[in-house]
Ligand binder design. Structure first.
Ligand SMILES: [Zn+2]
Length: 159
């Protein structure tokens, strides 16, 4: 009985030894001939693709209350009175620009972060005493435009 098992094992070894080299060699040239090797190759490729997907930079979606502001006294209070050349500097030091600048709570969204609002790119550059937590304040050129935006609940993408 033991002897028979040994023969069976050695026969299996021979079988494996003969299958592997011809199998791998044929996969490159003719993938149709060895079905087993082909299936293994496909699974390996799929695993690699999954890893690549997870290494892509993650995009975070957030629901926030978006208010609007401009450079006027109503919106900026004392800061509006301290602009020697009319240049509106943000808390980060960058110059405020409409369609670009947003005020954030830096604990939630750090300075320099690009945020997508309605598919449009904005950059976190300013802060505000009322901008805390899941809240953003969008900078506009005029107070009228800021009023027009009002207060909206929007879904933003943090890049
Ligand atoms: Zn204003």
């Amino acid at each position: 009985m033991k002897k028979l098992l040994c023969i069976a094992i050695s026969m299996l070894c021979i079988a494996i030894a003969t299958v592997i080299p011809t199998g791998s060699a044929e996969t490159v040239a003719e993938p149709i001939s060895v079905t087993e090797t082909e299936t293994t190759t496909v699974t390996e490729t799929e695993t690699t693709t999954v890893i690549e997907t997870t290494t892509e930079p993650p995009t975070k979606t957030m629901t926030v209350v978006a208010t609007a502001y401009c450079s006027c006294v109503k919106c900026c209070g004392v800061y509006a009175k301290n602009r020697p050349n009319g240049v509106v500097y943000t808390a980060s030091g960058a110059i405020a620009k409409a369609n670009h600048t947003i005020a954030v709570d830096t604990k939630v969204i750090p300075f320099g972060t690009t945020v997508l609002i309605d598919g449009k790119k904005y950059v976190a550059e300013d802060t505000g005493s009322a901008v805390k937590g899941n809240k953003i304040d969008i900078y506009f050129d005029s107070h009228e435009q800021a009023l027009e935006w009002g207060r909206q609940i929007v879904e933003i993408e943090v890049l």
